[in-house]
Design a protein around this ligand. Structure first.
Ligand code: IMP
Ligand code: MG
Length: 181
């Protein structure tokens, strides 16, 4: 069992998350009506959000998945992300919406965006469930943001600590006792 003491504070309850995702889905539905929408989920953190978000989108869309990791800091140039799992769909002509769990430094996403633009999509926007604006290093803003969160380490609803806690149905702040163990 996951110990309740591992979570210092619940930031977003299941009900709050549902309302946020519904609002994003409604906005995306309006904006992408008549377009060629392809939702791209960045594995693994965004899978839970992706699964809920797509069901709140009432216009046609396709989905695909990719996994990336950033190169170590200092060696990064624009567009340098390591692709661990690439997309199956050729992006040309699609209106891409990148679906992310959390926008933190923004380094990964800004590099990924630059790289995907080379594949000539019709458009490319970003939808992030959580945003930690205080931590931003790269010059990037999300086009759709669920909730801004303070600079604390959060888990649940897809977000992990050491690959754990992704299955919590809410978003909580991880207790410092977990990393000091
Ligand atoms: P960045 O924006 O390039 O710094 O990377 C964002 C990635 O870091 C996210 O996709 C998460 O995997 C991870 N991340 C950042 N902050 C948190 C957090 O508070 N909890 C869990 N993962 C986080
Ligand atoms: Mg992630």
């Amino acid at each position: 069992m996951i110990d309740n003491k591992d979570i210092k504070e619940v930031l977003l309850s299941e009900e709050e998350i549902k309302a946020v995702v519904k609002r994003l889905g409604e906005q995306i539905t309006k904006d992408y009506e008549g377009k060629n929408l392809l939702l791209v989920s960045i594995l693994k953190g965004s899978v839970v959000f992706m699964a809920d978000l797509m069901r709140e989108i009432k216009t046609h869309c396709k989905i695909d998945f990719m996994a990336v990791s950033s190169y170590g800091s200092g060696t990064r140039t624009s567009g340098s992300v390591k692709i661990l799992k690439d997309l199956n769909i050729d992006l040309e002509g699609y209106d891409i919406l990148l679906v992310e769990d959390i926008l933190d430094s923004g380094v990964t996403l800004s590099n990924l965006k630059a790289m995907l633009m080379l594949r000539k999509p019709a458009s490319l926007k970003i939808c992030t469930f959580l945003d930690k604006p205080e931590r931003r290093k790269a010059d990037i803003v999300a086009d759709y943001t669920g909730v801004q969160v303070p600079d604390e380490f959060v888990v649940g609803y897809g977000l992990d600590y050491d690959e754990k806690y992704r299955n919590l149905p809410f978003v909580g702040v991880l207790s410092p006792s977990v990393y000091s163990e």
